[in-house]
Ligand binder design. Sequence first.
Ligand SMILES: NC(=O)c1ccc[n+]([C@@H]2O[C@H](COP(=O)([O-])OP(=O)(O)OC[C@H]3O[C@@H](n4cnc5c(N)ncnc54)[C@H](O)[C@@H]3O)[C@@H](O)[C@H]2O)c1
Length: 379
Amino acid sequence: MDIRIGVIGAGRRGWLAERAHRPDAGARVVACCDLQDPVLAECRVRYGDGVLTTQDYRVLLDQDLDAVFVTTPDYCHEEHAVAALATGRAVYLEKPMAISVAGCDRILAAAKASGAKLYLGHNMRHMPFILTMRERLRAGAIGEVKAIWCRHFVGHGGDYYFKDWHAERRHSNGLLLQKGCHDIDVIHWLSGAYSRRVHAMGDLLVYGAVQDRQVPGGPRPVIEDISTWPPAAQTLLNPVVDVEDISLMTMQLDNGVLASYQQCHFTPDYWRNYTIIGTAGRMENFGDVDAGTVIKIWNTRAIGYRDEPDEIIPVSVETGDHGGADARIVDEFLAFVRDEAPASTTPLDARQSVAAACAATESLRNGGRPVDVAPPPSP
Ligand SMILES: NC(=O)c1ccc[n+]([C@@H]2O[C@H](COP(=O)([O-])OP(=O)(O)OC[C@H]3O[C@@H](n4cnc5c(N)ncnc54)[C@H](O)[C@@H]3O)[C@@H](O)[C@H]2O)c1
């Protein structure tokens, strides 16, 4: 019997659900909800004329479903996840879990009350370069981890995060949460602990000055144009831009590890660099989801700069979105729904990445003072 899937927010990220559409082979998308008629029309093309399409997620939840993908914008997650979980269906919820800690806790409570399965879409946990680094760290490649520093160069930031709802605090809270929750979660995962205390600084250094804005309520602009350069040449930004385009966050973790996450939306390139320092070495990735990505490990001392590491591990990057992570996460979700496999991200892990990001955002908007991260709720 196929797992019967409904999708709330079927366009853009919602097309992830198409990877689960395997009629008579284990799972099929049977219902789609989206506010845009063209997206619903495309759903009928991709999933067949038999698919139910609606603009009202309550109509979708009235259907005979086993699982629901919630792939709407961040500010809708709380409402849509709580409603779907209340019906007892298994839920795939995109990151970030919600845009506030209170929102996450409502989602956790809804899952607990109904007993529904909740799976969080932290696809970075399925990226080959992260899996390779984790495997080598667990094997003791650099001794005991003491520091993790992530530099996130968001070269397409002006295209993806400043032309729609992402640019508004009321919709995303901020990009430390929107984008950074991926890496905060990875930092927690690689170090084996959650952030306890954070502080951060940030600003809107480039995109705030861009005068070329959309007409409120006008059509959504074409998102990515690689020829746009420098970043201040961006056009058709969201009418309101009140999130930071650069932010620097430091974290003290429960196990004493010290970490940092730095995000910049006006770099020429787009990738993330993790530098991990242990009691017996240093590990670093060069490239992340593209072919040619390698992990380098230095275990012996040198005087001055040494490009050549003691060990170099090529990362086999798979084809497909996000270095193959999207195919893997959908496979894992379907196995999780069938009770065949555990999820590699827990709802609590996702909640703590939101909690750390919210605390850091509070810090950077209040002079960079240290902020304690909301501890996990009592079980
Ligand atoms: N894990 C990843 O790599 C990754 C990548 C991209 C986006 N995301 C996440 O996916 C989610 C969606 O992002 P996006 O960029 O596709 O957003 P989007 O603005 O394109 O919205 C996705 C779809 O939801 C629809 N929608 C919006 N509001 C709705 C509502 N109230 N009811 C029903 N449908 C609604 C939109 O019409 C659109 O088709 C976000 O939470 C984002 O953070 C995750």
